[in-house]
Write a protein that binds this ligand. Structure first.
Ligand code: EPZ
Length: 423
């Protein structure tokens, strides 16, 4: 059933909000269950659509998932059927690609369609670096009508250089190499915090990984992996987004809890330049009303630079700050297209080219009927609706609920007027 958010903007935005476990950490843990016959317990797991899909994928591959309590699941090896990845699930989220390597490493074969997810990259989010890496490790790759068949008797360690920094590429090949024969060296790796977190978990169940979180990662293959527990790290994108929401609303004191401010250093540099009144604790962020918010340019960059996943919320914040700001999205080709909906709401945004917009602020925003194009842009539309005058309807909220647990309930707790209704 299609659902939408109906939001009446201009309400206060203050109080406490707890950050959930990171979607982009959780989605990389589930595939690890395919590489061991021992049970795995995942805790602090966000109850979001993408995690639901990842669990359905594991069940389709012959594992059993037991919900211990909200946010905690036990994954048990039942009878792994080395089957093809179910197309209807692969098409739902990009991280489905993470299931390919473990099946290749343990079953010697895997068959899958091109992965789905957000429509933010040019065309359909390439996977050439995954395929290239698996080939280097000895796999045969056959491609036909947007489907891939990979086969390998035994994966061997290899030297792999990523021509572009790729987060899931780094994670996928780091994970797969754990069961390859010999040593794998990955170069020009992504350094997002989810990667050392994944490596820590893999090492805790018997893998031998060094250097995760740096550009060069060394994996020494082992014969088998054990079982274990994994507590998902806080979602830095949720934390940063809520901080920008509170700054844009500029109403009362908002306390963002259960997060790791160290994962957002690039945002704090921007907050200092903008003049946001904030205070960082060990695992929390406080946002207070600010006297004056000044516009500031921002360029997205791989971690530890300013995260592309924070760009859409930042663009909304820049509609409320004084002056002009140039926002340069360097990672994806389509991630600024949502700004035409902000313009419909009254924002003053000029698209210099598909990778750059100039935002002039502050401008009043007005409620509109909108459609969420993808996960982070959808959340940015919620943020804009909360500060706009009047009523906003946001359709296609599956794209938002892929990554944000109980968003309407959590926003209401901060004073927002937001309802989820059936279309
Ligand atoms: C991860 O996507 C995240 N998704 C994205 O978050 C995030 O925006 C992105 O990293 C960058 O931080 C997950 O972790 C599930 P990439 P990923 O591979 O790994 C190109 C969200 O909103 N590329 O780092 O798919 C690619 O086109 C999502 O939570 C190739 O050319 O991103 C892009 O231009 C959105 N060939 C660049 O690399 C490949 O084989 C970076 O992509 C792989 C990627």
């Amino acid at each position: 059933m299609e659902q939408k958010f109906v939001i009446i903007g201009g309400k206060s935005f203050e109080g406490e909000i707890k950050v959930k476990g990171a979607k982009n950490a959780a989605l990389k843990i589930f595939p690890v269950a395919l590489m061991t016959q021992e049970p795995i317990r995942v805790s602090n797991m966000p109850e979001i659509e993408d995690c639901q899909r990842a669990q359905e994928m594991l069940e389709a591959l012959g594992h059993e998932i037991k919900k211990v309590k909200p946010g905690v699941v036990d994954i048990r090896y039942k009878s792994k059927r080395c089957v093809n990845l179910p197309a209807e699930l692969v098409n739902k989220f990009r991280a489905s690609i993470m299931f390919v390597g473990p099946l290749l490493a343990t079953c010697g074969e895997v068959y899958f369609p091109h992965p789905g997810g957000c429509v933010i990259g040019a065309g359909t989010r390439p996977i050439d670096m995954f395929l290239g890496g698996f080939e280097k490790m000895g796999a045969k790759v056959e491609i036909s009508e947007n489907h891939y068949r990979l086969s390998a008797k035994k994966l061997k360690g290899a030297q792999i250089f990523f021509h572009k920094v790729t987060v899931t590429g780094t994670e996928s090949l780091m994970t797969t190499a754990c069961l390859a024969e010999g040593v794998t060296i990955l170069k020009n790796c992504a350094m997002e915090p989810e990667i050392p977190a994944l490596a820590d978990f893999l090492n805790s169940i018997g893998a031998k990984i060094e250097g995760a979180g740096t550009p060069t990662i060394k994996i020494t293959g082992v014969k088998k992996l054990e079982g274990g527990e994994y507590k998902i790290i806080p979602d830095r994108i949720e934390a940063g987004t809520f901080a920008m929401m509170a700054a844009a609303a500029n109403s009362g004191h908002t306390l963002i809890k259960d997060c790791n401010p160290e994962h957002l250093e690039a945002l704090w540099v921007l907050f200092d330049k903008i003049g946001v009144n904030y205070k960082l604790g060990k695992d929390n962020i406080s946002i207070f009303p600010s006297k004056k918010l000044i516009s500031c340019d921002a360029t997205t960059h791989e971690y530890p630079g300013f995260a592309t996943d924070l760009q859409s919320a930042y663009t909304v914040l820049m509609t409320q700050t004084k002056g002009a700001s140039l926002i340069h999205e360097t990672i994806y080709d389509r991630r600024l297209l949502f700004t035409d909906m902000l313009t419909q709401m009254g924002a003053n945004i000029i698209m210099a080219d598909p990778h750059r917009v100039v935002v002039n602020g502050p401008t009043k925003l007005y409620g509109r009927k909108l459609v969420s194009p993808d996960l982070r842009a959808g959340m940015a539309l919620v943020m804009a609706a909360l500060i706009a005058q009047g009523k906003t309807e946001i359709n296609n909220i599956y794209q938002i609920e892929r990554g944000y647990e109980k968003l309407d309930e959590r926003m209401c707790a901060l004073g927002a007027d937001i309802k989820k209704i059936n279309n």
